[in-house]
Design a protein around this ligand. Structure first.
Ligand SMILES: Cc1cc2nc3c(=O)[nH]c(=O)nc-3n(C[C@H](O)[C@H](O)[C@H](O)COP(=O)(O)O)c2cc1C
Length: 365
């Protein structure tokens, strides 16, 4: 089993939900990248659970940088960020919670895994992704690349779509949702989504949702054909987020309804710049960014911990039995995952952009 990603940068995620700490170490970062602790804390705060209105930062949400930073900037050594864990309260017997990783991890690792609260497989580990992501997002911003995500769908309620081609319009919309606790373009739609979430929570249930992300300002040429395509690397990282079960770029599965003549993005010359009239390809051709906004949607399953009665099997005897979970219910995880999706996007784009000429990075480090 490995928990490492990357080619130009190499990231390892470590720790378990109820172990000593969780952390991330990132090797290969250029020296001199600013590390803005305020931006990092703000990013981590965006992971707050649904209905958590607390203003105080919990000790387990405080990032500690233990290597790789000198005087507020990366120093070329691996950047390592850790978070202490809250001490577990009480015992945590082994159970195979439906649709969690309990059974698969136990079987793969021969029972040696730390199963407490999902162990290494827990959504808790995404805190470290948000921390590193904030550093990479800031560096990308300095090169003119902006990343942002909104909640696109929950149940049958849909927010306005991300504009396809108008970069200024996208920027305005992303700026408007940046600091919203529930990141929708249309707050009325957000209210309808919250009603769905609250209704599910009352029944001890959870709901799924879809996020939509845009990357703007990306130069032409990011990504490779075949294995390191921009789509491939982004999808690889999106599927590293616990709870993600689908990713589509541009028109995505909608292409199944179209003819080629309807589905092509026609080239145009806009004041000397080569652009496309529509953006059904989601800003990517042949695995390589084409200069248009990169747009993709990520589907999150409903959180598997529900308080309704379920069926499972005993880990030892495999006897079928009824299960009623009492653990904390998070009725919706997708909206708190938008910062994780933004961070994973930053990791993918940053890693691929390091392949490009140094002048692309003008002044970022
Ligand atoms: C930020 C975040 C928080 C999560 N919190 C919970 C949670 O409180 N309860 C839960 O059942 N699942 C939660 N999950 C999802 C599970 O970790 C995930 O569904 C499970 O590990 C199985 O992985 P899979 O859905 O990718 O197959 C969370 C995911 C993320 C990204």
């Amino acid at each position: 089993m490995t928990s490492t990603f990357g080619r130009n940068i190499r990231i390892t995620v470590f720790g378990e939900a109820q172990g000593e700490c969780i952390g991330i170490t990132c090797d290969g970062l250029p020296a001199g990248m600013p590390v803005d602790m305020q931006a990092m804390k703000a990013a981590i705060a965006k992971r707050k659970a649904y209905g958590d209105d607390s203003t105080e930062t919990k000790p387990e949400d405080i990032p500690h940088i233990i290597s790789g930073m000198t005087g507020g900037a990366t120093n070329g050594a691996p950047l390592t960020i850790i978070f202490e864990n809250k001490k577990p309260s009480g015992e945590s017997p082994l159970i195979f919670r439906p649709s969690h990783a309990d059974y698969t991890a136990y079987t793969k690792l021969g029972g040696y895994n730390d199963h407490r609260a999902g162990g290494h497989f827990s959504g808790r580990l995404t805190a470290v992704i948000a921390a590193l992501g904030s550093v990479l997002r800031e560096a990308l911003k300095a090169t003119g690349v902006h990343i942002g995500t909104h909640v696109s769908q929950c149940g049958d309620v849909r927010d306005d779509d991300m504009p396809e081609t108008d970069v200024l319009d996208i920027m305005e919309k992303l700026t408007a949702v940046e600091n919203k606790a529930f990141a929708v373009f249309d707050d009325e739609k957000g209210e309808e989504m919250r009603e769905l979430i609250d209704a599910a929570a009352e029944e001890g249930d959870t709901v799924g949702g879809v996020l939509e992300t845009a990357v703007i300002g990306l130069p032409v040429g990011v990504g490779s054909p075949f294995f390191d395509s921009l789509e491939g690397v982004l999808a690889h990282l999106m599927f590293a987020v616990p709870g993600v079960k689908g990713v589509e770029f541009g028109m995505g599965f909608g292409f199944g309804y179209l003819n080629g003549s309807e589905a092509n993005d026609q080239w145009v010359n806009e004041d000397g710049a080569v652009r496309t009239k529509s953006n059904m390809s989601g800003g990517i051709n042949g695995g390589i960014s084409n200069g248009m906004p990169v747009i993709f949607r990520t589907a999150f399953r409903p959180a598997p911990t529900v308080h309704t009665k379920q069926q499972t099997v005993d880990p030892v005897t495999h006897e079928e039995k009824e299960l009623e979970l009492k653990a904390h219910l998070d009725p919706a995880i997708f909206h708190r995952a938008r910062i994780i999706v933004d961070s994973m996007t930053a990791i993918a784009v940053f890693d691929l952009m390091l392949d490009m000429k140094r002048d692309i990075w003008k002044g970022a480090f």
